[in-house]
Design a protein around this ligand. Structure first.
Ligand SMILES: Nc1nc2c(ncn2[C@@H]2O[C@H](COP(=O)(O)OP(=O)(O)OP(=O)(O)O)[C@@H](O)[C@H]2O)c(=O)[nH]1
Ligand SMILES: [Mg+2]
Length: 240
């Protein structure tokens, strides 16, 4: 039997957290949830604690301070590996990723994928409510990553991804360098380099309607330079 975990990193998601948890547990298919909260001042973790009374499959880690998405996920992955989860999914709290797509990611893994990427760019661009600047930034970022790394994935910065346990066991999680969008690129790049089967599942991505974005310039810069750095390191390291 496969047991699946959805990891939701949160920072100030009080407006979304209860809704997203309920949406996952309303699915026919069983997913456990781990919320990794970076001590949000708005009480996100407190809300999760309350809901734990209602849902035994709801887990929570509260970290001491805001350290970025990458480290929150690495914590979540290590937490999942210490248990016996066989499929581990990452998903945002802000409904940009539709929880109803979780079964499709899960099934993609059941059908042979090692990594199933919820992808916006399989057929054109499937993004709702982004302004042109943001759209162009994301789309060309993906093109740029492809050009540099040659990774055969259209949506390399996607953050809605299901991993088979074995992939996370094999990637040296402690050596992951990046914290922002580059974290998502790096995880896919490493999985692909290790020979895992990375499959894109088309999804529609919707811009958040509640809560605050944590996007900032530093994260973009990390992506631009990080990709080149990642490629160079992979060229010069024996074990890729
Ligand atoms: N634990 C933790 N979670 C974070 C951190 N930064 C962002 N998140 C969460 O990661 C998910 C994605 O962050 P968003 O702010 O939506 O970033 P984004 O999707 O790039 O930006 P928007 O399009 O504006 O929503 C959300 O669930 C956030 O709450 C962080 O430093 N720590
Ligand atoms: Mg978002």
């Amino acid at each position: 039997m496969d047991t699946a975990l959805v990891i939701i990193p949160t920072y100030n998601e009080i407006e979304n957290i209860e809704k997203i948890i309920r949406a996952v547990f309303a699915l026919e298919q069983a997913f456990d949830i781990l919320v990794v909260d970076d001590n949000s001042p708005d009480g996100t973790a407190q809300k999760v604690k309350e809901l734990q009374g209602e849902f035994s499959q709801l887990h929570l880690t509260v970290r001491t301070k805001k350290e970025g998405l990458g480290l929150a996920y690495i914590h979540g992955f290590e937490w999942a590996l210490a248990k016996d989860y066989t499929i581990i999914v990452e998903m945002d709290a802000d409904f940009s990723h539709d929880p109803k797509d979780l079964p499709r990611l899960y099934n993609s893994i059941k059908n042979g994928a090692d990594v199933a990427v919820g992808s916006r760019y399989v057929n054109g661009i499937a993004v709702v409510n982004w302004d042109m600047t943001r759209l162009m930034l994301s789309y060309f970022a993906s093109k740029y990553v492809h050009l540099i790394t040659r990774i055969p994935i259209k949506d390399t910065t996607a953050g809605f991804v299901a991993y088979k346990r074995e992939v996370l066991e094999k990637i040296a999680l402690r050596k992951i360098k990046f914290v922002g969008y580059a974290f998502q690129i790096e995880m896919k790049f490493k999985a692909w380099k290790l020979g895992f089967n990375v499959v894109e599942v088309p999804v529609i991505f919707t811009d958040r309607t509640a809560g605050e974005s944590k996007m900032h310039g530093g994260i973009i810069a990390e992506g631009v330079f990080g990709v080149i750095q990642m490629k160079l390191i992979s060229l010069f390291s024996k074990n890729k």
